[in-house]
Design a protein around this ligand. Structure first.
Ligand code: GUN
Length: 295
């Protein structure tokens, strides 16, 4: 069987294209969807993500604000910023780039974001609604994974999905979504993680493997069965003297080694990453539609 590379860049582009008529309809009503991104500190990877989010807004002609704050900002100051964004009519989506410095309680900050502006889908209200199958603002990376499967005509119904990683951002929510009675759902889901015993035996059961552990090239070919669908969520910087930047990006999967075993595989970069940003744009438009319909 030949391996199909899932083109996240193209699918992400298609998602953005489908947003255009929705953005135009809002514009007719005098509404421009607005996204505020708050970045605390100087983490280089976070800076790259935040820049991409701003650029994506620009391309779709959405309003965007990036609020950059020093790493020594207090929790109270950060919470005041969120409160003013909650009250700002130009802003429909608020995102605080994670991670925040350790003196800040991330949950306290998330709890301050108005749930209807929580375009990350991280507020406990939105997490709860997602678990109930009633979520409107779904977390971007898990929702992007569902979209990649849908657009590649991969139906998870009845399949063994193994997720490696149990983070609040990816592992837990994608497990919840894929087990749901829904169009892209109905899977038999296993969540494995760093404490799982006999990890390779678990991953070998996977019809669909989702790697989200944050360890470069951790998943090897001998951990997989033939014709597995591989979704690689990892974005790891590894030293590379041959590159101008001095590093290259690799996923959580040994791409070259696993390629032959896979029926479908997402590359890094160009797989899940671009989807996250497009789903964020979609959530911002959805938030603007919902907020404007009740005004
Ligand atoms: N850091 C890494 N991924 C994300 C994300 O999806 N949202 C936020 N807010 N921070 C992140």
């Amino acid at each position: 069987m030949t391996t199909q590379v899932i083109d996240g860049k193209q699918i992400a582009k298609d998602v953005r294209k489908k947003l255009k008529p929705r953005i135009a309809a809002l514009r007719e009503k005098g509404i421009v969807p607005g996204l505020a991104v708050v970045l605390v500190g100087e983490d280089p990877a976070s800076q790259t993500y935040v820049n991409s989010k701003g650029k994506a807004c620009e391309r779709l002609k959405l309003y965007s604000e990036t609020i950059r704050k020093d790493a020594n900002i207090t929790q109270e100051e950060l919470i005041e910023i969120i409160k003013s964004l909650n009250a700002n009519d130009k802003i429909h989506g608020i995102l605080v780039q994670s991670p925040v410095p350790s003196h800040i309680d991330e949950l306290a900050v998330t709890l301050t974001i108005a749930p209807e502006k929580d375009v990350d889908g991280f507020h406990p209200y939105n997490v709860g609604m997602m678990l109930l199958g009633r979520g409107a603002l779904l977390p971007c990376t898990p929702n992007g994974i569902l979209k990649l499967l849908e657009e590649s005509q991969i139906d998870p119904t009845g399949k063994e999905v193994v997720i490696v990683g149990r983070s609040n951002i990816v592992g837990k929510p994608v497990a919840a979504l894929l087990m749901q009675k829904a169009k892209i759902g109905n899977a038999t889901v296993t969540v494995a993680h760093s404490r799982s015993i006999n990890l390779a035996e678990i991953t070998k059961r996977a019809d669909i493997l989702i790697a989200a552990i944050g360890m470069p090239e951790f998943i090897k070919a001998d951990m997989l069965k033939d014709d597995v669908v591989i979704i690689d969520v990892g974005v790891n910087r590894v030293d590379d003297s041959s590159s101008e930047k001095g590093y290259k990006l690799v996923g959580d999967v040994d791409y070259e080694g696993c390629f032959e075993k896979a029926s479908y595989i997402t590359p890094v970069p160009g797989g899940v990453g671009p989807m996250t940003i497009s789903m964020l744009m979609e959530n911002t438009v959805t938030a603007a539609e919902k907020i404007s319909s009740v005004m």
